[in-house]
Each structure stands twice: as C-alpha cells, then as structure tokens.
Design a protein around this ligand. Sequence first.
Ligand SMILES: NC(=O)C1=CN([C@@H]2O[C@H](COP(=O)(O)OP(=O)(O)OC[C@H]3O[C@@H](n4cnc5c(N)ncnc54)[C@H](OP(=O)(O)O)[C@@H]3O)[C@@H](O)[C@H]2O)C=CC1
Ligand SMILES: C[C@H]1O[C@H](OP(=O)(O)OP(=O)(O)OC[C@H]2O[C@@H](n3cnc4c(=O)[nH]c(N)nc43)[C@H](O)[C@@H]2O)[C@@H](O)[C@@H](O)C1=O
Length: 324
Amino acid sequence: MTEAGTARPLDRDAQFYVAGHRGLVGGAIWRALEDSGYTSLVGRTSAELDLRDRGAVFDFMGEARPQYVVLAAAKVGGILANNTYPVDFLSENLRIQTNVMDAALECGTERLLFLGSSCIYPKLAPQPIREDSLLTGHLEPTNDAYAIAKIAGILGVQSVRRQYGLPWISAMPTNLYGPGDNFSPIGSHVLPALIRRYDEAKAAGDPSVTNWGSGAPRREFLHVDDMAAACLYLLEHYDGPEQVNVGTGRDATIKEIAQLVAEVVGYEGETLWDTSKPDGTPQKLLDVSKLREIGWEAQIGLRDGLESTVAWYREHVGRLRETG
Ligand SMILES: NC(=O)C1=CN([C@@H]2O[C@H](COP(=O)(O)OP(=O)(O)OC[C@H]3O[C@@H](n4cnc5c(N)ncnc54)[C@H](OP(=O)(O)O)[C@@H]3O)[C@@H](O)[C@H]2O)C=CC1
Ligand SMILES: C[C@H]1O[C@H](OP(=O)(O)OP(=O)(O)OC[C@H]2O[C@@H](n3cnc4c(=O)[nH]c(N)nc43)[C@H](O)[C@@H]2O)[C@@H](O)[C@@H](O)C1=O
C-alpha cells in the first residue's frame, strides 16, 4: 500500500454527481455540498436512471461529464433483508458500482468517493476494527454477499489508482441513522426499526414490544450529517489507496440502544426479544484513529441525534420512503 497524500483542493463550481442523492447518505451529502458552496450538483433518481443499466449510465455520464462523483447509490438493507436476498445485494451492488466507476473512468472523472460498509471486515475481527483487518478472516454470513460486493468496490478504487493514477478514495461507514432513513419494519436497519416500533407502541398503548435477536450484539452508530461531513472532509483532505473507517469510536449493546430509543420516544412498556431472528456479528466497532489523524471527528452525540431523528420521523410519518 503506497503512502497517503493530501488531496488537491476541489473546484466548487465543477460538475459534481451524487449517485443516490435521495437516499439517507446521498441526501445528507447533497445538503452538505450545498451548504459548503458547491454550485453544480447533479443527481438522478433510480426511476430516472437505473444504475444497473450499463448503457444508460454511460449515456448519462458521457453527457454530464462530472469532475467529481460520490457513489452513494446501492442496494441497502438491514440484517434480515441482507440475509434473505443475498443474490440481489451481490448482483445489484456489483452492477451499480462497476457501471458508475467504468463510466466515470471513461468520462474523465478526477475524484470519486466510494462508500462501503463496516460489514466488509471479518466477523470476528479484533475490536476496535482497524482498516488493515480487511481480508484477514471469514465474513459474517448474514451479509457476506453484500460485503463481497463492497470489497470489490474497494478493489475497484485501488485498481483505478494503480492503473490510471487517479486520486479516487473509499470510506467505510459504521451503522448510520438520521433524517431520510428507510423506516420499513422488515427491510430497515435497527435504529429506524426501533424508532418506529416504540413510537407505534406508545401511540397504540401496547404493553410490550418485541425486538429481534438477543439484544447482546454491540453496534456503533453515526449520525448521517456527521457521515456527510466526513465524506466532504475526506474528499478535500485525503488521497490514499486504503479505505478510511468512519465512525464515532463508541459502541453499545442493542439492549442499551433499545432502552435509549424507548426513553427518547417516551415508551414505558416492556421490551421482549425474539431470538429466532438473527443477531449478526457480535460486535462491530470501528477503529477511527486514521480518520482522527487525517483531522476529522464526529460531532453529534447519540442522544441528540436520536432526538432530532425521532422528531423528523414524527413530522414525516405520513410520507416515509420505505423499501424492503
Ligand atoms: N445506512 C447505513 O447504515 C449504512 C450505509 N452504508 C452505505 O452508504 C451508501 C448509501 O446508503 P443509504 O443512503 O443508507 O441507502 P439508501 O437506501 O437510503 O439510499 C440508496 C440510494 O441508492 C439509490 N439506488 C439504489 N438502487 C439504484 C439503482 N438501481 N439505480 C439508481 N439508484 C439506485 C436509491 O435511489 P432512489 O431513492 O432514487 O430509488 C437511493 O437513493 C451505500 O453504499 C451503503 O452501503 C454503509 C454503512 C451503513
Ligand atoms: C449497516 C449494516 O447493517 C446490517 O448489519 P447489522 O449491523 O447487523 O444491522 P441491523 O441494523 O439490521 O441490526 C443490528 C442488530 O440489531 C438487531 N435488531 C433488533 N431489532 C431489530 C429490528 O427491528 N430491525 C433490525 N434490522 N435489527 C434489529 C439485529 O438482530 C442485530 O443484532 C448488514 O446486513 C449490513 O448491511 C451493514 O452494513
């Protein structure tokens, strides 16, 4: 692995394509770019441009010719969706990322940020998980297909750097949450699922709620506005082949997280656990010392982030984006 350097400053008026700009992460990155004065943002919904369609991607990119690309479009879901539809998670993600990267290469995109996920690391990686744990052990089976697609994406970025010398980079976020999340009861990640479950139980006066698994696994959560800020920071300051972990450096058990969500929502009933549902990997806590060395640290505490996300959920409950 060659040494990382410092990135060249970005041109705020250059064409900047955010793939997945209506998603949780892409939406937050779009807002952060606007707030930072980027003037030429380009986005397409999946209905307007299906990134699995290679010809359509090449046509679009050939016309837009973005100087910068953030690849935040992907088939995304929680533990159950990943475990139930591995073909979709592998095939769609491989196609989306390969099409976008190949087209970006052809149209001369100077900088591209690829978003992976902390599930790329081995199931039993030493905690906190360092970047160099990649490919040192077996993956967690509930999301191995998705993880392999993401690992291929990291290799895609490294290969472009090696073969063409372009300063493309990869970021590996921990579990994310925030406004614009997917609150589908089946397809979502744990935090939006818990917010919805506890809020509905409170409104209905239910005496108990049932969460998935044992509640023992440990997870780390980062607010998506922090994630967007980190992406921008990396694009503006980091130029290296190794993926960079993005997290808070703090984790908690799912039981503790559920307790916190119940408190924030104001639910006072009992919490039960359905152990027929998968736990997934026992702990996923990222080592974020590399990101700190580059100069960035998370700002939004979990309780504050949850309070604002619950407020957002309640305001948008009638018109949620739900998939899976
Ligand atoms: N959420 C999380 O906890 C984590 C997310 N990540 C990564 O961050 C990235 C973004 O995830 P997140 O924002 O949460 O996911 P979302 O599901 O919120 O958003 C995904 C976006 O991808 C777009 N998309 C999906 N399929 C296609 C397609 N075939 N053609 C065009 N666009 C498509 C969707 O577009 P549209 O809305 O128009 O349909 C959507 O905007 C992903 O790479 C994910 O792996 C990593 C770790 C954790
Ligand atoms: C971001 C990451 O997301 C996925 O991995 P995961 O970290 O296991 O994510 P999760 O948020 O779905 O679950 C976290 C924990 O929480 C428990 N849990 C309780 N109750 C609910 C619940 O109601 N829904 C969900 N989803 N989980 C629940 C659940 O049993 C598990 O122990 C990957 O597939 C992969 O795609 C990936 O990269």
